[in-house]
Design a protein around this ligand. Structure first.
Ligand code: 9WN
Length: 443
């Protein structure tokens, strides 16, 4: 007897589930990463979210990025959090009364009309804007989406290649672990060890009201995050070289910076006028790629490493951040080939013990399959790698990774991150970028 219920294919289950998550997390002008744990707008989340949203509503995807850039500071920085004034202060820490951005307006030019954090996150935005535009170029042109956003995207990139070039070799430096988006990566352990933590009683960790303690950063990490952010705030969010107690060149952050510079070249070409010169962006993308390879590539490891700008040395920890330059078209072929080997090798285990690429070295002493960025697999990292694999001709590996991502996302209820071996859900559920990037892969 034929069943009336047809079995659903994995991509269609993923698509429908992802749409449900994204509409549940939409506030009317942007998308929260998670209703309970992250009830405001986050910068790189919105980039990834827009990449998925473009398939269901290009207009909403455009709005997502426009809302974020409406909170851009006059110095070009895009803050990592844009606070929703309707959410009670105690719902997330650090809240607006900690950052006091609108009071910092004079120096760095924070907007007066909206409260934001003062640190940044990886610059995936020009890439996202270009992909969003391509989903419906006619509607995008009618709304002047790229024309309005382009100068803001350029200012954002120039903030990073200007004031944030703290090492003096062209690359952007992050000045807080939150800026990497990979908050408690073991790569930050050595430079963070120099920071004396804020007293544990001086703040309340709202994340522990919603998240499981074993999945989250430790109290010691938080004490150091608070100390660093508070001292940046007290210095008026100034970026004068020599004033930051933490400054690191991160290969993932810089890979997205470069990918976005390539996207700016595409955007400039689409705008087709004198104010926007594609060649200028291409030249910059190529010279940044060269700086990335010469500063951060380790031939022995077959991986990009982070560089501690203050100690002027490479950090030995192997993180998935070091694989992400695979998204770059201008990478020397032997570097791309080595990255693919490293992803499949003992440290990241893809196609072997790991179902998805872990955030950190499986053999590293700091590895923990449950704790946040110290081992679990994250969907944005794997989405970028899937894209990079296709770019460098590894289609079969990309196909297998895509299938694993769809399976893990659906089975975990779109978890924030998963155990890299079992795919078991970790962190919060119904997480927006997991949904958005799964949706992108489901089509
Ligand atoms: C601090 C929102 C953000 C992500 C980061 C992730 C986590 C925040 C936190 O959540 O960081 O910015 O409170 O832990 O590490 O990548 O953007 O989803």
């Amino acid at each position: 007897v034929e069943s009336a219920v047809q079995p659903r294919s994995l991509p269609s289950l993923a698509y429908d589930g992802a749409c449900r998550v994204l509409s549940g997390n939409w506030t009317g002008s942007s998308t929260v990463p998670s209703r309970a744990l992250y009830p405001h707008q986050w910068s790189w989340d919105s980039g990834f979210i827009a990449i998925g949203l473009r398939h269901v509503s290009p207009a909403r995807a455009q709005r997502e990025l426009e809302t974020l850039f409406a909170a851009q500071w006059a110095d070009g920085r895009v803050p990592h959090i844009v606070f929703n004034p309707e959410i009670p202060l105690g719902a997330y820490f650090p809240s607006p009364d900690f950052w006091r951005s609108s009071a910092a307006g004079d120096k760095a030019g924070a907007p007066a009309s909206v409260e934001t954090s003062g640190v940044v996150q990886p610059p995936v935005h020009a890439l996202a804007a270009w992909l969003v535009h391509q989903a419906d170029p006619a509607a995008s042109a009618r709304r002047g989406f790229l024309r309005r956003l382009y100068p803001r995207l350029v200012a954002w990139q120039r903030y990073l290649t200007g004031p944030r070039d703290l090492g003096g070799h062209g690359l952007a430096a992050i000045v807080h672990p939150w800026e990497s988006g990979m908050d408690n990566s073991p790569c930050w352990d050595p430079p963070l060890a120099r920071i004396s933590p804020a007293a544990s009683g001086s703040f309340h960790r709202a994340d522990l009201d919603h998240g499981c303690r074993a999945d989250r950063p430790t109290d010691l990490d938080y004490g150091r995050y608070v100390r660093l952010a508070g001292s940046y705030r007290d210095r008026g969010y100034e970026d004068r070289p020599g004033t930051h107690p933490f400054a690191v060149e991160d290969p993932a952050f810089n890979a997205l910076l470069i990918a976005s510079e390539y996207a700016l070249a595409d955007i400039a070409a689409a705008l087709g006028d004198e104010a926007a010169d594609p060649a200028e962006h291409l030249v910059r993308a190529e010279s940044l790629t060269w700086a990335l390879v010469s500063r951060l590539w380790s031939e022995e490891e077959g991986l990009f490493l982070c560089r501690d700008v203050l100690a002027d040395e490479r950090l030995p920890q192997r993180s998935a951040a070091g694989l992400l330059p695979l998204v770059l078209p201008g990478l020397p072929e032997e570097v791309a080939a080595a990255l693919l080997r490293t992803a499949r090798g003992p440290h990241f285990g893809l196609g072997g013990p790991a179902r998805l690429v872990p955030s950190y070295d499986l053999t590293g002493s700091g590895f923990d399959p449950a704790r946040y960025w110290r081992g679990p697999a994250w969907f944005n990292v794997n989405w970028l790698l899937e894209r990079g694999m296709r770019l460098h001709g590894a289609d079969l590996t990309a196909d297998a990774l895509r299938a694993e991502m769809l399976r893990a996302a659906v089975a975990s209820d779109f978890a924030e991150y998963v155990d890299p071996f079992s795919g078991k859900a970790r962190g919060t559920r119904d997480f927006s970028w997991t949904a958005a990037l799964t949706l992108d892969l489901s089509l």
